[in-house]
Write a protein that binds this ligand. Structure first.
Ligand SMILES: NC(=O)c1ccc[n+]([C@@H]2O[C@H](COP(=O)([O-])OP(=O)(O)OC[C@H]3O[C@@H](n4cnc5c(N)ncnc54)[C@H](OP(=O)(O)O)[C@@H]3O)[C@@H](O)[C@H]2O)c1
Length: 242
């Protein structure tokens, strides 16, 4: 019988896919919300840079949580994008808007929907955002991404205080995974220096074999989650954590 119910965004690729594959409850019921389908999960097609996508997620949370009788429900928000990489004011405005909707708005809106749907669940609820060092280090060419990661981390800190204040057993956290070999890193390395001046540093790190795999970071993240080894509202960097 399933102990965990797991909702993952961005489970079609990279770290989201790694989190699904590395899940410690092998009987868990797993949903992946993304545009493309992924492995080992029920695919719910949703563009999370849109209100329609947020509505799909909210409906899914409500329906599945109300009928779940296991111990723990997790919302792992991994969907994110760097596109369009380049300086603000020079990008296609539709693509820039999608970046902001996905990176800044989606985590806060979906986090709120998830907590609302958890209201009568007697077990443990956990919101995990896959964060980034870009929440506190600014990079030219990544303005929407940096702004979004900072916004998501501040949401985690604020909601952590709220949950603690009302004695709620649900927990929220974000974990920055370090530099991980995924499609996002391939996109960075393909970018011209005029759009991303620090591109050479990322190419060097890759050439020196410094990148972790999604499987490695996912195993570590599950260790943190399963040990409940974090405070409510914490924004962790995996490189300092284990
Ligand atoms: N890789 C790194 O070095 C690194 C470092 C720090 C933080 N992170 C964070 O890790 C998370 C996962 O990134 P990744 O490195 O695993 O990159 P990735 O392999 O490119 O995965 C990105 C995921 O986001 C989903 N996504 C993108 N746009 C979406 C949209 N509009 N609606 C729904 N889903 C969407 C994609 O699914 P579909 O295309 O199927 O929709 C895909 O599954 C991101 O939040 C990223 O900021 C990564």
């Amino acid at each position: 019988m399933a102990k965990d119910l797991i909702f993952v965004t961005g489970g079609s690729s990279g770290i989201g896919q790694g989190m699904i594959e590395a899940r410690t409850d092998r009987d868990a019921r797993v949903f992946n919300l993304s545009r493309r389908s992924g492995k080992e999960s029920t695919h719910i097609e949703a563009d999370l840079a849109s209100i329609t996508g947020w509505d799909i997620a909210e409906k899914l949370f409500m329906e599945e949580i109300s009928k779940f009788s296991g111990e723990r429900i997790l919302f792992i928000h991994s969907a994110g994008t760097l596109s369009p990489i380049g300086f603000a004011g020079e990008q296609d405005s539709d693509r820039y808007r999608s970046n902001i909707l996905l990176n800044s708005a989606a985590p806060q809106i979906l986090g709120d929907s998830f907590l609302r749907a958890l209201a009568n669940f007697p077990g443990l609820g956990v919101v995990l955002f896959i964060g980034s060092g870009a929440s506190h280090t600014a990079y030219a060419g990544w303005s929407g991404y940096c702004g979004g990661k900072a916004a998501a981390d501040q949401w985690v800190r604020s909601v952590g205080i709220e949950l603690t204040a009302r004695g709620d057993k649900s927990k929220v956290l974000s974990i920055a995974p370090g530099i991980v070999e995924t499609d996002m890193q391939s996109e960075i390395r393909r970018t011209e220096a005029k759009d991303f001046p620090e591109v050479d540093m990322f190419i060097s790190l890759h050439n020196q074999g410094e990148l972790k795999t999604a499987a490695e970071v996912s195993d570590k993240i599950w260790t943190v989650l399963d040990a409940n080894r974090f405070k409510n509202g914490e924004t962790l960097d995996l490189r300092d954590t284990l």
